[in-house]
Design a protein around this ligand. Structure first.
Ligand SMILES: Cc1cc2nc3c(=O)[nH]c(=O)nc-3n(C[C@H](O)[C@H](O)[C@H](O)COP(=O)(O)OP(=O)(O)OC[C@H]3O[C@@H](n4cnc5c(N)ncnc54)[C@H](O)[C@@H]3O)c2cc1C
Length: 498
């Protein structure tokens, strides 16, 4: 049986990828080797930018309704408050972090996918594939052992850290190992002197201790273990967790009734190539994050959003493959490395050992957290709203002297506006005042542009915004030539669909 795109793996990334492509009218199949989704205690946090991207997909509201809002994060060093980051000041329709067990997120994403009449084929495993250059031929094994060959235009490996797709392509992970072990426990918790809308981190001389609320009285507790080369630390008992909480916390906190306890070693990994021929990698198949940083699933969802609109434009014969699809690798590889750097810095600081180093860290930390702009920058980084594609090959202009968001930057969603890229076809948006030149653009590129203009961010400028809400071009009104040239370059090589 043939399809436009075959997606392997129905974790959060595969589910968003399938739903985004289906929403844009692309024929997809999605196979998942397990009979049911995972019940492992994995991702807890969905950050503001991810929720914005899921709003445009049409499923943000369902996730928000089911999750728990965390509006601030505090750091306590020793017994002294060091700083408090207020997510409610983040300029986003979602000024908070949403916590929710990954299994529930997957359940809601699968229901969203079903709204496009696409069902996950559970119990179906990718066995092998070959890319002929014009199609991909994939062997699938069904429950009971029957095998099937699927011909698809494109194959996307969303098949997790042990990706068979990545292995078959012969693409290796480049490692960045942080030699630290961590424990994680989902527990009932009492005695914490903070509201359940606030995450709290303690920087103790023995190490880090974090309390991440999942609901009133339900918390994820995370702590680092003493430095060791041990790649597979042993999950602790509840008593051992209580001991760490007593030692590193403020006292008076009781943990009980754990629903999950695990231990892990941090090993951040990224691949250099997110695409090989007609095959793509996304999510954990392409990059593995430090679970304590809470960014892995979010980054995978951003991969899916980034690739889906590009692939849909190519498959629908509206754009050529070269410029658009090559940008997926550049943009997402760069974004992953940026997150590694940010989270790596924060982790290294949190688990710093030695009296002198800790004293210096705490003194320096108090100064930084005392500065409102620094606190805002930290909140914007954590919630991913400051993330963008500054060096993207899809930035059609480099000029950053104009007011408002520049090329590669996120166009902040505005009250009452339809999210960029929503609907059933991926379209760029023009934020501009009406003029003869702008009207001509709308007519000439009606298949690539939203039919209605959106208000510009400042006078005398035109913004061209991508379907994922990042700016491509800022031009001086009425210079629409730079926009026309850019759109022509995207169309080059388009294979018209009959
Ligand atoms: C303890 C812990 C805490 C975490 N906390 C956070 C957090 O707070 N925030 C965050 O953003 N991230 C967090 N993460 C990371 C997050 O869980 C992962 O990044 C996320 O699961 C990646 O999603 P994925 O869809 O890429 O891969 P996966 O979730 O691994 O899904 C891959 C799917 O592919 C299927 N599959 C594999 N091989 C095949 C095959 N051959 N054929 C068919 N199907 C196949 C698998 O069965 C699986 O269902 C955490 C991780 C851990 C371990």
């Amino acid at each position: 049986m043939s399809t436009d795109v075959l997606i392997v793996g129905a974790g959060p990334v595969g589910l968003v990828m399938a739903a985004e492509l289906a929403r844009y009218g692309v024929k997809v199949r999605i196979v998942e080797k397990t009979a049911h989704g995972s019940n492992q205690p994995k991702a807890l946090f969905l950050w503001s930018r991810t929720l914005e991207l899921l709003d445009r997909a049409g499923c943000g509201a369902a996730l928000v309704a089911a999750g728990h809002k965390v509006t601030a994060g505090s750091i306590i060093a020793g017994n002294k408050p060091m700083g408090r980051v207020d997510f409610s000041e983040v300029k986003s329709p979602h000024p908070y972090a949403l916590t929710q067990p990954q299994a529930e997120t997957e359940h809601l994403l699968e229901a969203h996918l079903a709204s496009f009449n696409v069902k996950v084929e559970h119990g179906v495993e990718l066995v092998s594939f070959t890319d002929s250059g014009t199609t991909v031929s994939t062997r699938l094994r069904h429950p009971g052992g029957a095998e099937e060959t699927v011909e698809s235009q494109w194959l996307i490996g969303c098949d997790g850290g042990n990706s068979k797709v990545r292995e078959t392509l012969g693409i290796a992970f480049t490692d960045h190992e942080l030699k630290s072990g961590w424990i994680l426990a989902d527990v009932h918790l009492s005695g914490l002197n903070f509201p359940p809308t606030e995450l709290v981190s303690y920087w103790h001389e023995n190490g880090f201790l974090g309390f991440f609320p999942r609901a009133e009285g339900l918390y994820r507790v995370i702590a680092d273990l003493p430095l060791s080369e041990d790649q597979s630390p042993t999950p602790p008992s509840l008593q051992e967790i209580q001991h760490i909480v007593d030692t590193r916390g403020p006292g008076g906190i009781t943990v009980s009734s754990p629903t999950a306890i695990s231990a892990f070693h941090i090993n951040e990994r990224n691949v250099r190539k997110y695409q090989s021929g007609r095959v793509f990698l996304a999510g954990d198949a392409a990059h593995l994050h430090n679970p304590a940083g809470g960014q892995g699933m979010n980054m995978g969802i951003h991969d899916a959003v980034n690739l889906a609109w590009k692939l849909a434009l190519v498959i629908r014969g509206l754009c050529g493959p070269d410029r658009l699809l090559a940008s997926y690798n550049t943009e997402r590889h760069g974004a992953t490395n940026q997150v590694f750097a940010n989270v790596g810095r924060l982790t290294a600081v949190s688990i710093m050992k030695g009296q002198l180093a800790q004293a210096t860290r705490n003194a320096f930390g108090s100064v930084i957290f005392g500065l409102a702009p620094a606190r805002r920058a930290i909140a914007d980084t954590l919630t991913e709203v400051s993330m963008g594609y500054e060096h993207s090959p899809l930035n059609g202009s480099e000029d950053r002297s104009f007011p408002g968001p520049g090329p590669g930057e996120r166009m902040p969603p505005r009250d009452g506006e339809t999210p960029y890229g929503s609907g059933d076809t991926p379209r760029f948006a023009l934020c501009a005042d009406p003029s003869a030149e702008v009207n001509e653009l709308l007519e000439t590129y009606a298949h690539l542009l939203e039919p209605q203009l959106r208000p510009p961010f400042g006078r005398r400028c035109i913004w061209l915004v991508r379907p994922d809400g990042y700016v491509s071009i800022v031009a001086l009104d009425p210079d629409t030539k730079v926009i026309a040239t850019f759109l022509d370059s995207l169309e080059k090589g388009a294979v018209k669909v009959a």
